[in-house]
Design a protein around this ligand. Sequence first.
Ligand SMILES: [Zn+2]
Length: 199
Amino acid sequence: MDILCGIEWDLLSEGTPKGFDYWIGSAHHLYGKNTGKYYEINFRPEDLQDCINNDFDGDPLAAVEAYFAEVEKIAAKKPDILGHIDLVKKLNADGSFFDEESPRYKAAALRALQAARENDCILEVNTGGIYRGYRKDFYPGAWLLGEWNKLGGRVIITADAHDTAALTFGFDEAAAAIKAASFTALTVLTVNGFEEQEL
Ligand SMILES: [Zn+2]
């Protein structure tokens, strides 16, 4: 068995992601310009609601746009893998915060996708949101994955596992979703680095 050491490095993480076999770059927070608070957008629904109300003038899509702008910033740091690009939808499975089909949502997501492409990031198809019961779709969802295919980007399947039972959770379904988005190859991490494998 080959054991590699990687890190998920948040835009607000301390230190640098150097010296690892690979690193995943991701965003989990929004800065509130009115209150000066940093909100974790993927934790408590009440925090997300406070963030929208107190720092985005009650406009949930403004918070969405700010989140995807954070993703653009982490993509610009050229991580090997861009983590859970649309994590902002985690607490929105019932659509109660915002409409994921709205033009503003899609435009912001596409800008983040474009940044990932320009910086040659591999996009992860992350099964963690389903494993932990928050979502029925992956990060990214089917539409965004299809757009990534049109941009010619590379994809890798990840579990974002927080426990051993999650290590390969949903990988067959993720591969099926990737195929359904018209990809013919998948990136895998080996002891020799990232390699392309036919699907
Ligand atoms: Zn994360």
